[in-house]
Design a protein around this ligand. Sequence first.
Ligand code: SF4
Length: 68
Amino acid sequence: MQKRVRVPYIVYAECIGCGVCVELCPTVFQLDDQAGYAIVINQGGAEPDIIQNAMDHCPTACIHWEEV
Ligand code: SF4
């Protein structure tokens, strides 16, 4: 059986572009200044607990795990 991997994704419509996730985990998240929201630049760019910490501090809780 293939091992499933969890990767983070952002619900853009709920992101307010505050930059907290970028501050806490810049190797995974980056602000798209033109769009006004954060994007995932590297889904595997940090240890899961670092990504989870960014998720936990997102004020709108719009970062989620997705199994791929
Ligand atoms: S912490 Fe949440 S609301 Fe703030 S920029 Fe990141 S995804 Fe958007």
